[in-house]
Design a protein around this ligand. Structure first.
Ligand SMILES: O=C(O)[C@H](O)[C@@H](O)[C@H](O)[C@H](O)COP(=O)(O)O
Length: 239
């Protein structure tokens, strides 16, 4: 495990250990935060992270009833669509006994632009009178092109400096219409945590963590703590 300026990179043996390391970190941070403030504000992503959490979260001890779950990004599709990230979390919500009102979800049946504005207003109701919301933890994925959330390489959204949540309608990763947290929000979090497995991620992980290439995931440098949890295949380039 190497430590940057408060950045932690854990390379563990395999996927099962990634799941456990991620779950243990979430347990530690959530228990501490709930003990001090009575609520744990977490942002989740889609993709392989959903599977990691489905395996890991049912095994941890934390008061899930005190969790408030936001989406780092969400696809602008009906909740019952297989493309809906919230839809992918519903099964886990049942397992963890998370109530529907513990999720802050995007409004249905409106455009990406309207959904982004509405989501920003919803967020502001949970984080009143602040310039930027301070999430306790954001769980992020890293795409094969180095994207994270729905912030893609070369996209103008990478430069968004005022909106909390922005729309995208030309996502190179289908579906095209999404809403996404912006970097000022992401980088204001107390913890940003990436979890990635598999050899297909190794080169991109190297470009981000070793070469420090200017890619969306490289721009995740929270004022809090940045944690990468990788299996040996994804972290094989001597991090
Ligand atoms: O909804 C989404 O598409 C995700 O939020 C996206 O940002 C994901 O985290 C990455 O694409 C990594 O996905 P994998 O972990 O499945 O490669």
């Amino acid at each position: 495990m190497s430590q940057g300026q408060g950045n932690l990179v854990h390379v563990v043996k395999n996927r099962a250990e990634v799941v456990k390391k991620l779950a243990d970190l979430i347990a530690e941070v959530s228990v501490k935060k709930i003990s001090t403030s009575g609520v744990f504000n977490i942002g989740v992503s889609g993709g392989s992270l959903v599977g990691f959490l489905k395996e890991g979260l049912p095994k941890i001890n934390t008061d899930f009833s005190k969790w408030r779950v936001f989406f780092c990004d969400e696809r602008v599709v009906p909740e019952d669509s297989p493309d809906s990230t919230y839809g992918q979390y519903k099964e886990l919500a049942t397992t963890l006994k998370l109530k529907e009102n513990q999720f802050v979800t995007i409004k249905q049946g409106i455009s990406a632009e309207e959904a982004a504005e509405d989501y920003g207003r919803q967020m502001a109701r949970h984080f009143p009178e602040v310039e930027w919301p301070e999430f306790d933890m954001l769980l992020l994925g890293m795409g094969p092109d180095g994207h994270t959330c729905s912030l893609f390489p070369g996209h103008k959204l990478l430069e968004e400096k005022t909106k909390w949540v922005a729309p995208i309608t030309d996502s190179p990763k289908p579906p095209p219409s999404r809403v996404t947290m912006t970097f000022p929000v992401i980088n204001n979090a107390l913890y940003c945590v990436f979890a990635a497995c598999g050899k297909e991620k190794a080169d991109m992980v190297k470009r981000i963590l070793v070469d420090k290439e200017d890619l969306p995931a490289t721009r995740v440098l929270p004022s809090g703590t940045l944690v990468w949890i990788l299996d040996e295949e994804a972290g094989k380039h001597k991090l």
